[in-house]
Design a protein around this ligand. Structure first.
Ligand code: T1G
Length: 697
């Protein structure tokens, strides 16, 4: 049953019951409407309470139904709210834990609302690229006022029930119920059973905002922040309608905005990301109830940038960490950087001093492997060299207790090879963090051939605890993200050879929505990082051509911002990229050497080659089983590589472009003699899906 009905004396209780969060799917909506009708038909019923089973009152509309006939199947959410508006017996919403989206809108259509402390209250629709579509933009301002409701609806951020109760008095919540919510709601329902007329939020007038220009100032603030997303601005329009239009006109205006937004690619991309993030943690061959290994003590080997950042993730989650280094000076430096990072957050008011002290109290450091013998999880973050990894893992194998998980933060080396340095390959896994490791949400979990299922289940669970988006990758060169990025980088170089400038490529990529184009990223991360890897490639994969321009730039010591010059020049102490005459000369010299007459290259071709080269590699990654799903690949790019969220990730973007079009573009790129024509042969999976008119996701 998705909504149960039971009598408690003279009060009917309707319980939303659609695990996991009582999404208001069609069956649940029908259950509410039927329950209300039953209560009204029963003369012994004096009042109605609506509440939620399990871990939520309601998490809102059932997003899984979106863009399916069920989403609008009668009774839709409007019908439910109209039935509530027409109730002739008092209806009390009894809210606990979570009341979000359509769940809060349903509660706002009840005559009364009682709430348990600590409940998360939100209209988060904007985060899905839509807006509250069942009256939220018209009802919330009537009880919370324009300022508070505008902020909640445009940000989508939750607020705690007791904070809102304090701010809004009895308007939003008639009573905060400490203790047993249902009993408190039943008692309240009996108190108001004879109330006449029944209060309805729709009958209230929206109080005018303190400042009349709040809508304009909000719109102005959204111009940059909401770049690429139409929903936030339409949220402003809808709240403004709550002030300027009658209730029913406001509802109609809101419905029109909702209908428009729910069909946009941006909204589909955001919903794709919402589910993609949650699906990524599901491993088809690892049962959800796999027993987890206990992780109460973490050891990090290496106090460098990565080691320090990785440690912070665990300290932030309240998990003790011991950092091990080979020399005291390295420890001192590493711990100094870590402390400075935290102190900077305190200085910015992002972290309370007492929280910082608590976190640092969980941190110990050592030069002695014996000190980490009882660790439950060890994460190696030493120099990216297989000989160094071998030394470390042999030592860990010797010293660390049996059953501990031994992880490597390697970004390019073979995890199976690393596992072979130990006598317990089943306990070895790759945990590839992205720099800065305490900021970037992506964590590539690299599953070795021998990695045990309970190790996978345990690290996926730990990833959630440290607020990472964990995506499982098989063992291959570059795993998922860097393997695809290699093609993106190659294309960027070829485009320079054929006529584009670094600034043109960057601008085209940034206009597409990337946070930064490839050359600005290189100057930020350091061009020598790629140079080092390329030199390894030249021996390992001699037939994989890169432009020589990147090597010459590095040979000139132009490593990027850290050397004051890279693909661009920089004024001392500034980060503003300035086109470089020296780099332009290097480019022209290479064009001459390759006998290329430079041509005008369109932004569309630039973006197409940058993005679809990753899509082709992504299709191969899927075929090889390195990634489990296309949405996993999208999550890697959305959370680790600055791919624009409103495009949904490279594979989702290919889907919305149309795979047949993507294949046709690849055939075009294949005709370009300077490009890697063999590479542009569409991956078999891509060609098949395109031919069948299907999509990756
Ligand atoms: N519909 C369907 N499934 C949902 C869901 C929803 N609204 N919310 C969560 N789930 C699933 C989720 O996919 C996961 O599934 C499980 O529940 C636990 O989620 C007209 C149209 C509620 C705060 O945007 O913010 O109402 O992986 O891991 O950390 O205006 O889920 O277990 O199979 O996130 O405890 C607006 C979105 C909808 C709320 C719980 N509502 N959800 O967090 O668990 S649009 C939202 C959340 C709308 C109306 C419009 C969070 C949560 P699985 P979880 P959690």
């Amino acid at each position: 049953m998705s909504a149960t009905y039971e009598l408690h004396g003279d009060v009917a209780v309707i319980t939303l019951n659609n695990p996991p969060v009582n999404g208001l799917g069609h069956a649940t909506r029908s259950g509410v409407v039927e329950g209300l009708a039953k209560a009204h038909a029963d003369a012994t019923v004096k009042a109605v309470v609506i509440t939620g089973a399990g871990k939520a009152f309601s998490g809102g509309a059932d997003i899984r139904e979106f863009n399916t006939p069920k989403a609008s199947a009668k009774p839709d959410l409007h019908d439910v709210n109209t039935a509530l508006d027409n109730a002739t017996k008092p209806v009390v919403a009894a809210i606990h834990s979570v009341a979000m989206g359509g769940g809060l809108e349903l509660a706002l259509s009840c005559n009364y609302r009682v709430v348990a402390p600590g409940a998360q209250i939100a209209l988060p629709e904007v985060k899905l690229g839509i807006l509250p579509g069942a009256g939220g933009t018209q009802r919330l301002p009537r009880v919370l006022g324009v300022e508070t409701s505008l902020n909640m609806i445009v940000s989508g951020e939750p607020a705690k029930s007791e904070a809102l109760a304090k701010a809004a008095g009895q308007k939003l919540f008639d009573r905060v119920i400490e203790g047993d919510l249902l009993q408190g709601a039943l008692a309240f329902a009996r108190e108001v059973a004879a109330a006449k007329p029944l209060p309805r939020v729709r009958d209230l007038k929206t109080p005018p905002p303190a400042s009349a220009d709040i809508f304009e100032t909000t719109r102005a603030a959204l111009k940059t922040k909401a770049r690429g997303f139409p929903a936030p601005l339409r949220c402003v329009d809808a709240v403004e309608a709550a002030l300027n239009k009658g209730f029913d006109d406001g509802i109609e205006f809101e419905r029109q905005q909702f209908e428009f937004l729910v069909g946009t690619n941006e909204s589909k991309a955001l919903r794709h990301a919402f589910f993609g993030e949650r699906t990524a943690s599901k491993l088809p061959d690892v049962p959800e109830d796999t027993p987890l290994r206990k992780i109460e003590k973490v050891a990090v080997i290496g106090a460098g940038t990565m080691g320090g950042g990785i440690s912070m993730n665990f300290l932030n989650a309240g998990i003790p960490v011991t950092i091990l280094e080979t020399k005291q000076e390295f420890l001192d430096r590493g711990l100094g950087v870590l402390r400075k990072n935290y102190e900077a957050q305190v200085a910015k008011g992002k972290l309370k001093q007492e929280v910082l002290d608590k976190r640092l109290a969980l941190l110990t450091s050592t030069l002695d492997y014996a000190a980490i013998a009882d660790a439950d999880l060890v994460i190696e973050a030493v120099y990216e060299d297989i000989a160094v990894k071998e030394q470390v893992f042999k030592k860990l194998d010797e010293v660390v207790r049996q059953g501990a998980i031994l992880a490597s933060n390697t970004s390019t080396l073979d995890v199976d090879k690393i596992a072979s340095f130990t006598k317990r390959p089943q306990d070895v896994v790759g945990l590839h963090f992205f720099s800065p490791a305490n900021v970037m949400r992506l964590l590539e979990v690299v599953r070795g051939k021998a990695t045990a299922k309970d190790v996978m289940a345990t690290v996926m669970n730990v990833a959630k605890k440290i607020k990472k988006v964990a995506v499982v990758s098989g063992v291959c060169d570059g795993f998922i993200g860097n393997r695809m990025l290699e093609q993106y980088t190659r294309q960027a170089g070829f485009l320079l050879e054929e006529g584009a400038s670094p600034q043109q490529v960057d601008k085209a990529a940034e206009a597409f929505g990337f946070a930064m184009g490839p050359f600005r990223v290189g100057d930020l991360a350091g061009n020598d990082v790629g140079w080092y890897i390329r030199k390894r490639r030249y021996t390992e994969k001699p037939n994989l051509r890169y432009t020589k321009i990147g090597d010459v730039v590095c040979e000139r010591g132009r490593f990027g911002q850290k050397t004051g010059k890279g693909w661009y020049d920089y004024e001392a102490g500034k980060r503003e990229p300035i086109p470089s005459a020296e780099v332009q000369q290097i480019i022209e010299d290479e064009r001459k050497a390759r006998g290329i007459t430079p041509r005008q290259i369109s932004d569309e071709e630039i973006v197409g080659r940058l993005v679809f080269s990753m899509v082709n590699e992504g299709a191969k990654i899927l075929e090889e089983g390195i990634a489990l799903r296309a949405s996993d690949i999208d999550m890697v790019y959305l959370t680790g590589y600055g791919f624009p969220l409103f495009r949904g990730g490279p594979m989702f973007h290919a889907d919305t472009t149309g795979l047949a079009k993507v294949v046709a573009l690849m055939k075009d790129y294949q005709k370009n003699p300077n490009d890697d024509t063999a590479f542009w042969e569409p991956a078999p999976l891509l060609a098949k899906l395109a031919a069948e008119g299907k999509t990756f996701n």
